[in-house]
Design a protein around this ligand. Structure first.
Ligand SMILES: Nc1ncnc2c1ncn2[C@@H]1O[C@H](COP(=O)(O)OP(=O)(O)OP(=O)(O)O)[C@@H](O)[C@H]1O
Ligand SMILES: [Mg+2]
Length: 323
Protein backbone atom coordinates (compact mmCIF):
# COMPACT_ATOMS: atom_id res chain seq x y z
CA UNK A 1 0.00 0.00 0.00
CA UNK A 2 3.06 2.27 0.18
CA UNK A 3 2.42 3.51 -3.33
CA UNK A 4 3.54 6.84 -4.68
CA UNK A 5 6.74 6.88 -2.66
CA UNK A 6 9.07 4.98 -4.93
CA UNK A 7 8.62 6.35 -8.42
CA UNK A 8 9.09 9.99 -7.44
CA UNK A 9 12.09 11.91 -8.69
CA UNK A 10 13.83 14.74 -6.85
CA UNK A 11 11.27 17.09 -5.34
CA UNK A 12 12.21 20.77 -5.18
CA UNK A 13 12.38 21.83 -1.53
CA UNK A 14 10.71 25.15 -2.37
CA UNK A 15 7.45 23.37 -3.22
CA UNK A 16 7.60 21.31 -0.04
CA UNK A 17 8.41 24.42 2.00
CA UNK A 18 5.33 26.08 0.63
CA UNK A 19 3.16 23.13 1.64
CA UNK A 20 4.60 23.10 5.17
CA UNK A 21 3.99 26.84 5.56
CA UNK A 22 0.41 26.52 4.32
CA UNK A 23 -0.30 23.67 6.74
CA UNK A 24 1.21 25.51 9.69
CA UNK A 25 -0.84 28.61 8.82
CA UNK A 26 -3.93 26.46 8.73
CA UNK A 27 -3.11 24.84 12.08
CA UNK A 28 -2.63 28.27 13.57
CA UNK A 29 -6.22 29.13 12.78
CA UNK A 30 -7.53 26.20 14.84
CA UNK A 31 -4.94 25.47 17.52
CA UNK A 32 -3.85 28.12 19.97
CA UNK A 33 -0.20 27.23 20.44
CA UNK A 34 3.15 28.80 19.55
CA UNK A 35 3.90 28.60 15.83
CA UNK A 36 7.15 26.72 16.51
CA UNK A 37 5.18 23.99 18.29
CA UNK A 38 2.77 23.63 15.38
CA UNK A 39 5.61 23.64 12.88
CA UNK A 40 7.37 20.95 14.87
CA UNK A 41 4.34 18.67 14.57
CA UNK A 42 4.38 19.10 10.78
CA UNK A 43 8.13 18.46 10.66
CA UNK A 44 7.62 15.14 12.46
CA UNK A 45 5.22 14.13 9.71
CA UNK A 46 7.72 15.18 7.02
CA UNK A 47 10.47 13.27 8.88
CA UNK A 48 8.27 10.15 8.82
CA UNK A 49 8.32 10.15 12.58
CA UNK A 50 5.90 9.90 15.47
CA UNK A 51 5.00 12.39 18.10
CA UNK A 52 4.49 12.14 21.81
CA UNK A 53 2.54 14.93 23.43
CA UNK A 54 2.90 15.19 27.15
CA UNK A 55 0.38 17.56 28.55
CA UNK A 56 -2.43 18.31 30.93
CA UNK A 57 -6.03 17.47 30.02
CA UNK A 58 -7.93 19.88 27.82
CA UNK A 59 -5.08 21.87 26.33
CA UNK A 60 -5.76 21.04 22.70
CA UNK A 61 -3.99 17.73 22.03
CA UNK A 62 -6.97 16.22 20.23
CA UNK A 63 -7.56 19.43 18.33
CA UNK A 64 -3.94 19.44 17.15
CA UNK A 65 -4.03 15.86 15.86
CA UNK A 66 -7.40 16.32 14.16
CA UNK A 67 -6.40 19.65 12.62
CA UNK A 68 -3.23 18.15 11.23
CA UNK A 69 -5.13 15.30 9.60
CA UNK A 70 -7.82 17.59 8.25
CA UNK A 71 -5.37 20.19 6.92
CA UNK A 72 -3.79 17.50 4.78
CA UNK A 73 -6.89 15.56 3.85
CA UNK A 74 -5.55 12.50 5.71
CA UNK A 75 -7.56 9.78 7.38
CA UNK A 76 -7.74 10.05 11.16
CA UNK A 77 -8.58 7.71 13.98
CA UNK A 78 -8.35 7.78 17.72
CA UNK A 79 -7.88 5.11 20.35
CA UNK A 80 -8.30 5.69 24.04
CA UNK A 81 -5.78 3.43 25.73
CA UNK A 82 -7.12 1.58 28.76
CA UNK A 83 -5.76 -1.31 30.83
CA UNK A 84 -8.12 -3.79 29.13
CA UNK A 85 -7.37 -2.70 25.57
CA UNK A 86 -6.14 -5.66 23.53
CA UNK A 87 -3.47 -5.57 20.82
CA UNK A 88 -6.14 -6.53 18.27
CA UNK A 89 -8.22 -3.51 19.36
CA UNK A 90 -5.42 -1.48 17.80
CA UNK A 91 -4.28 -3.62 14.89
CA UNK A 92 -7.53 -5.24 13.80
CA UNK A 93 -8.86 -8.75 14.03
CA UNK A 94 -9.92 -11.69 11.88
CA UNK A 95 -13.66 -12.28 12.01
CA UNK A 96 -15.60 -15.19 10.62
CA UNK A 97 -17.88 -14.32 7.75
CA UNK A 98 -20.78 -16.77 7.65
CA UNK A 99 -21.69 -15.92 4.07
CA UNK A 100 -18.29 -16.67 2.61
CA UNK A 101 -17.49 -19.29 5.22
CA UNK A 102 -14.06 -17.78 5.73
CA UNK A 103 -12.20 -15.48 8.07
CA UNK A 104 -11.72 -11.96 6.90
CA UNK A 105 -9.52 -9.24 8.31
CA UNK A 106 -11.25 -6.30 9.90
CA UNK A 107 -8.65 -3.50 10.06
CA UNK A 108 -8.25 -1.74 13.39
CA UNK A 109 -7.82 1.98 14.07
CA UNK A 110 -4.11 1.76 13.27
CA UNK A 111 -5.12 1.80 9.61
CA UNK A 112 -5.24 5.57 9.35
CA UNK A 113 -2.75 8.20 8.27
CA UNK A 114 -2.96 9.96 11.60
CA UNK A 115 -3.62 7.88 14.70
CA UNK A 116 -4.23 9.63 17.99
CA UNK A 117 -3.26 7.23 20.76
CA UNK A 118 -4.68 8.85 23.85
CA UNK A 119 -3.04 8.12 27.21
CA UNK A 120 -0.76 5.47 25.77
CA UNK A 121 0.64 4.78 29.23
CA UNK A 122 -2.70 3.37 30.39
CA UNK A 123 -2.56 0.30 28.17
CA UNK A 124 -0.80 -2.91 29.08
CA UNK A 125 2.75 -3.33 27.81
CA UNK A 126 1.48 -5.93 25.33
CA UNK A 127 -0.86 -3.47 23.65
CA UNK A 128 1.72 -0.70 23.79
CA UNK A 129 4.19 -2.90 22.00
CA UNK A 130 1.67 -3.78 19.30
CA UNK A 131 1.41 -0.08 18.54
CA UNK A 132 5.14 0.49 18.78
CA UNK A 133 5.74 -2.34 16.34
CA UNK A 134 3.31 -0.79 13.89
CA UNK A 135 5.14 2.53 14.30
CA UNK A 136 8.49 0.97 13.66
CA UNK A 137 7.59 -1.31 10.78
CA UNK A 138 4.68 0.57 9.18
CA UNK A 139 2.88 -2.76 9.12
CA UNK A 140 0.92 -5.04 11.43
CA UNK A 141 0.84 -8.79 11.74
CA UNK A 142 -2.37 -10.54 12.76
CA UNK A 143 -2.61 -14.33 12.92
CA UNK A 144 0.53 -14.64 10.85
CA UNK A 145 -0.62 -12.38 8.02
CA UNK A 146 1.11 -9.05 7.50
CA UNK A 147 -0.69 -5.89 6.41
CA UNK A 148 1.12 -2.74 5.31
CA UNK A 149 0.00 0.64 6.61
CA UNK A 150 -0.55 3.43 4.13
CA UNK A 151 2.02 6.24 4.12
CA UNK A 152 2.14 8.72 5.67
CA UNK A 153 1.57 7.11 9.03
CA UNK A 154 1.83 9.39 12.02
CA UNK A 155 1.11 8.36 15.58
CA UNK A 156 0.34 11.17 17.97
CA UNK A 157 0.50 9.56 21.40
CA UNK A 158 -0.48 11.45 24.51
CA UNK A 159 0.64 11.05 28.08
CA UNK A 160 -0.70 12.89 31.07
CA UNK A 161 2.21 14.19 33.15
CA UNK A 162 0.33 14.38 36.45
CA UNK A 163 -1.58 11.12 36.77
CA UNK A 164 0.81 8.23 37.03
CA UNK A 165 -1.46 6.16 39.26
CA UNK A 166 -2.45 2.90 37.57
CA UNK A 167 -0.37 3.54 34.48
CA UNK A 168 2.36 1.64 32.70
CA UNK A 169 4.90 4.37 31.99
CA UNK A 170 6.64 3.76 28.69
CA UNK A 171 10.14 2.40 29.21
CA UNK A 172 12.92 4.53 27.75
CA UNK A 173 13.49 2.00 24.96
CA UNK A 174 9.93 2.66 23.83
CA UNK A 175 10.04 6.42 24.29
CA UNK A 176 13.12 6.31 22.07
CA UNK A 177 10.82 5.24 19.23
CA UNK A 178 9.08 8.60 19.26
CA UNK A 179 10.79 11.14 17.06
CA UNK A 180 9.89 14.16 19.11
CA UNK A 181 8.04 15.20 22.22
CA UNK A 182 6.18 18.42 22.53
CA UNK A 183 3.74 19.99 24.89
CA UNK A 184 1.13 22.60 24.08
CA UNK A 185 0.87 24.12 27.53
CA UNK A 186 -1.59 26.81 28.44
CA UNK A 187 -1.96 29.62 25.90
CA UNK A 188 -1.17 33.24 26.86
CA UNK A 189 -4.11 35.10 28.46
CA UNK A 190 -5.29 36.97 25.37
CA UNK A 191 -5.06 33.84 23.23
CA UNK A 192 -6.95 31.76 25.76
CA UNK A 193 -9.69 34.37 26.00
CA UNK A 194 -9.99 34.38 22.21
CA UNK A 195 -10.09 30.60 22.19
CA UNK A 196 -12.93 30.50 24.72
CA UNK A 197 -14.83 33.04 22.64
CA UNK A 198 -14.38 30.96 19.47
CA UNK A 199 -15.20 27.66 21.13
CA UNK A 200 -18.47 28.98 22.48
CA UNK A 201 -19.57 30.43 19.15
CA UNK A 202 -18.10 28.67 16.11
CA UNK A 203 -15.21 26.27 16.82
CA UNK A 204 -12.47 26.82 14.17
CA UNK A 205 -11.92 23.07 13.84
CA UNK A 206 -15.41 22.65 12.40
CA UNK A 207 -14.56 25.09 9.62
CA UNK A 208 -11.03 23.90 8.96
CA UNK A 209 -10.45 23.05 5.29
CA UNK A 210 -7.68 20.97 3.73
CA UNK A 211 -4.86 23.07 2.30
CA UNK A 212 -2.82 20.19 0.87
CA UNK A 213 -3.17 16.48 0.28
CA UNK A 214 -1.53 13.14 0.80
CA UNK A 215 0.55 13.45 -2.39
CA UNK A 216 1.97 16.73 -1.08
CA UNK A 217 3.00 15.06 2.16
CA UNK A 218 4.67 12.21 0.31
CA UNK A 219 6.49 14.71 -1.90
CA UNK A 220 7.68 16.66 1.15
CA UNK A 221 8.90 13.41 2.71
CA UNK A 222 10.87 12.64 -0.44
CA UNK A 223 12.28 16.16 -0.53
CA UNK A 224 13.46 15.80 3.07
CA UNK A 225 15.11 12.49 2.32
CA UNK A 226 17.20 13.96 -0.47
CA UNK A 227 18.40 16.93 1.59
CA UNK A 228 22.21 17.03 1.61
CA UNK A 229 24.09 16.63 4.87
CA UNK A 230 27.69 17.78 4.82
CA UNK A 231 30.11 15.56 6.69
CA UNK A 232 30.87 18.24 9.28
CA UNK A 233 27.16 18.50 10.13
CA UNK A 234 26.87 14.74 10.46
CA UNK A 235 29.81 14.78 12.84
CA UNK A 236 28.23 17.63 14.75
CA UNK A 237 25.14 15.48 15.37
CA UNK A 238 27.31 12.64 16.65
CA UNK A 239 29.27 15.03 18.87
CA UNK A 240 26.00 16.19 20.43
CA UNK A 241 24.97 12.59 21.11
CA UNK A 242 28.36 11.85 22.65
CA UNK A 243 28.14 14.89 24.84
CA UNK A 244 24.91 13.60 26.36
CA UNK A 245 26.50 10.17 26.89
CA UNK A 246 29.37 11.71 28.83
CA UNK A 247 27.25 14.28 30.69
CA UNK A 248 27.40 14.13 34.49
CA UNK A 249 23.76 15.29 34.48
CA UNK A 250 22.59 12.11 32.79
CA UNK A 251 22.35 8.44 33.64
CA UNK A 252 21.39 7.61 30.04
CA UNK A 253 22.50 9.58 27.01
CA UNK A 254 21.20 9.68 23.45
CA UNK A 255 21.16 6.49 21.35
CA UNK A 256 22.17 6.16 17.71
CA UNK A 257 18.43 5.96 17.01
CA UNK A 258 18.12 9.39 18.63
CA UNK A 259 20.79 10.61 16.22
CA UNK A 260 18.85 9.30 13.23
CA UNK A 261 15.73 11.07 14.46
CA UNK A 262 17.69 14.28 15.02
CA UNK A 263 19.12 14.25 11.52
CA UNK A 264 15.76 13.40 9.94
CA UNK A 265 14.11 16.28 11.77
CA UNK A 266 16.96 18.63 10.82
CA UNK A 267 16.47 17.62 7.18
CA UNK A 268 12.73 18.21 7.46
CA UNK A 269 13.44 21.65 8.90
CA UNK A 270 15.82 22.40 6.03
CA UNK A 271 13.05 21.54 3.57
CA UNK A 272 10.61 23.75 5.47
CA UNK A 273 13.12 26.57 4.94
CA UNK A 274 13.31 25.71 1.20
CA UNK A 275 16.91 24.58 1.49
CA UNK A 276 18.36 21.38 0.05
CA UNK A 277 21.15 21.15 2.64
CA UNK A 278 21.19 21.02 6.45
CA UNK A 279 22.67 23.81 8.55
CA UNK A 280 23.81 23.37 12.16
CA UNK A 281 20.95 25.67 13.15
CA UNK A 282 18.46 23.09 11.84
CA UNK A 283 19.96 20.58 14.25
CA UNK A 284 19.96 23.06 17.12
CA UNK A 285 16.36 24.14 16.56
CA UNK A 286 14.94 20.64 16.91
CA UNK A 287 17.45 19.14 19.37
CA UNK A 288 15.47 19.69 22.56
CA UNK A 289 12.21 18.30 21.16
CA UNK A 290 13.98 15.31 19.66
CA UNK A 291 16.37 14.40 22.46
CA UNK A 292 15.00 15.38 25.87
CA UNK A 293 12.39 12.64 26.27
CA UNK A 294 14.96 9.90 25.61
CA UNK A 295 17.42 10.96 28.28
CA UNK A 296 17.46 9.86 31.91
CA UNK A 297 18.64 12.42 34.41
CA UNK A 298 21.10 11.04 36.95
CA UNK A 299 19.57 10.73 40.44
CA UNK A 300 21.99 13.21 42.06
CA UNK A 301 21.44 15.73 39.28
CA UNK A 302 17.68 15.26 39.52
CA UNK A 303 17.84 15.90 43.26
CA UNK A 304 19.64 19.16 42.44
CA UNK A 305 16.79 20.10 40.08
CA UNK A 306 18.42 19.29 36.75
CA UNK A 307 16.24 18.36 33.78
CA UNK A 308 16.82 16.50 30.50
CA UNK A 309 16.11 19.74 28.62
CA UNK A 310 18.95 21.38 30.50
CA UNK A 311 21.28 18.56 29.52
CA UNK A 312 20.38 19.10 25.86
CA UNK A 313 20.99 22.83 26.16
CA UNK A 314 24.32 22.14 27.81
CA UNK A 315 25.31 19.84 24.95
CA UNK A 316 24.36 22.57 22.46
CA UNK A 317 26.35 25.20 24.35
CA UNK A 318 29.47 23.11 24.79
CA UNK A 319 29.71 21.32 21.44
CA UNK A 320 31.75 23.22 18.83
CA UNK A 321 29.55 24.25 15.89
CA UNK A 322 30.93 23.52 12.40
CA UNK A 323 31.33 26.61 10.22
N1 LIG B 1 -4.67 25.31 22.54
C1 LIG B 1 -5.93 25.17 22.13
N2 LIG B 1 -6.28 25.59 20.90
C2 LIG B 1 -7.55 25.45 20.45
N3 LIG B 1 -8.55 24.90 21.17
C3 LIG B 1 -8.26 24.47 22.39
C4 LIG B 1 -6.93 24.59 22.93
N4 LIG B 1 -6.94 24.07 24.17
C5 LIG B 1 -8.18 23.65 24.40
N5 LIG B 1 -8.99 23.89 23.34
C6 LIG B 1 -10.42 23.59 23.26
O1 LIG B 1 -10.76 22.97 24.49
C7 LIG B 1 -11.44 21.75 24.27
C8 LIG B 1 -10.61 20.58 24.74
O2 LIG B 1 -9.50 20.44 23.89
P1 LIG B 1 -8.95 19.00 23.45
O3 LIG B 1 -10.05 18.03 23.38
O4 LIG B 1 -8.11 19.17 22.24
O5 LIG B 1 -8.01 18.72 24.71
P2 LIG B 1 -7.10 17.47 25.01
O6 LIG B 1 -5.76 18.05 25.33
O7 LIG B 1 -7.20 16.50 23.91
O8 LIG B 1 -7.76 16.95 26.33
P3 LIG B 1 -7.76 15.45 26.96
O9 LIG B 1 -6.47 15.30 27.66
O10 LIG B 1 -8.91 15.45 27.89
O11 LIG B 1 -7.93 14.51 25.81
C9 LIG B 1 -11.78 21.68 22.81
O12 LIG B 1 -13.04 22.23 22.61
C10 LIG B 1 -10.72 22.57 22.19
O13 LIG B 1 -11.19 23.17 21.03
MG1 LIG C 1 -7.96 14.60 23.85
Amino acid sequence: MRDGVTARSAVPPAAAAEVVARVVDNLESAVRAPRETLELSVLVLVAEGHLIVEDFPGVGKTVLAKSLARSLHLSFSRVQFTPDLLPTDVTGVNVFNQQTNAFEFRPGPVFANVLLADEINRASPKTQSALLEAMQEAQVTVDGATYALEAPFLVVATQNPIEYEGTYPLPEAQLDRFTARLSLGYPPLAEEARMLQEQTTQPPLDRLEPVAGRADVLAAIEAAKSVYVEESVGRYVVALLRHTRASSLLALGASPRAGIALLRMAKARAVAAARDYVLPEDVQAVAEAVLAHRLIVAPEARAAGATAEEAVREALEQTPVPV
